[in-house]
Ligand binder design. Sequence first.
Ligand SMILES: C[S@@+](CC[C@H](N)C(=O)[O-])C[C@H]1O[C@@H](n2cnc3c(N)ncnc32)[C@H](O)[C@@H]1O
Length: 274
Amino acid sequence: MNLKQALRHSLEPDELDHLVRSYDVVGDIAIIALPPPLFHRETLIGEAILNINKRIKVVARRDGCCSGEYRITPLKIIAGEQRLETIHREFGVLLHLDLGRVYFSPRSGNERKRLADMVVDDESILVMFSGIAPAPLLLAKHSPAATIIGVEKNSDAHHFALINRKKNRAEKKVSLWCGDVIDLVPSCGMKFDRIVMPLPGSARSFLRLAIHALRCGGHLHLYDFQPQSQFGETVAALQLASHQAGRTMRLDNLVVCGHNSPSSYRICVDASIF
Ligand SMILES: C[S@@+](CC[C@H](N)C(=O)[O-])C[C@H]1O[C@@H](n2cnc3c(N)ncnc32)[C@H](O)[C@@H]1O
C-alpha cells in the first residue's frame, strides 16, 4: 500500500493532493518533504509511514534546504524513535551516519556505482568532499582501483568515514584525510589518475587545484547544479580552467544524475585533462 492509499480516509481530498508519493529511505529512517499546509498533519503522516513499512523506525521531514559548508539538511523527527543515527547499505557497502551531523543522499548511489564501473586497473583516485566516504568505499569494493584518498572538512563526517572504512574492511585501499582540500591537496604533492568532485554548486571554485593534481590524461568528474539551458556553462568553466592551467580538456560525457529543484539538475561532467 502506498502513502496516499494509507491516508485516504484520514486526510481531506485537498490535503491528499499536497502529499508526495515517495520519500527517501536512509537505513531505517524515512525522510519526507511536506508542504506547509500539511505540517499540522505531520504526526499522522509519519505514523502512516511507520505502519506501511515495518523496516522504518524513524520518520523525519525536511525542515529546510541542505545548506552551509557542510551541506547538512535540517530535519524534524515527526514519528518513531528520537534519533537520526542509522546504518545504510549501498551496493553492499555499509554506511554508518547521523543525518543531523553530516550530508548523505541515498539518491546518489547509482551515480557512485557509475563511477566505479569506469575505473581501470591500478588507478589512484582522489575523492574531494568525501563526506562519510560512500564514494571511496564503493570504489574500493566495486572497482580495480589501487588507492583511493578521500578528503573531508566536516570532522563529524570524517569520524563516520573512519568507522565506515573499518566496517567495510577497506583500510588497505582507502586513506581518509580530515581537512580543507585547499590545504591538503596541494601540500600532498601527489598526481592522481582520477579526481571526483562531488560538491555541486561550489566544486568549480576548486578546479585549479584539482587540475594541478591530475596527471596528464587523467579523468575528472565535476558535479554541478544547472538548468538544462546552462549545461554548457559548466563544461565551459572546466575548459577555461584547463586552458588557464596550460592543459587541454576532452569532454567524455555529461550525465544528469538528479534534481536540485524542478528546473535545476544535478549534472556530472566527465572529462579527460591532457
Ligand atoms: C555534497 S556533500 C557530499 C559528501 C559525499 N561525497 C556524499 O556524496 O555523501 C559535500 C561535502 O564536502 C564537504 N566540504 C565542503 N567544503 C569542503 C572543503 N573545502 N574541503 C573538504 N571538504 C569540504 C562538506 O562537509 C560535505 O561533507
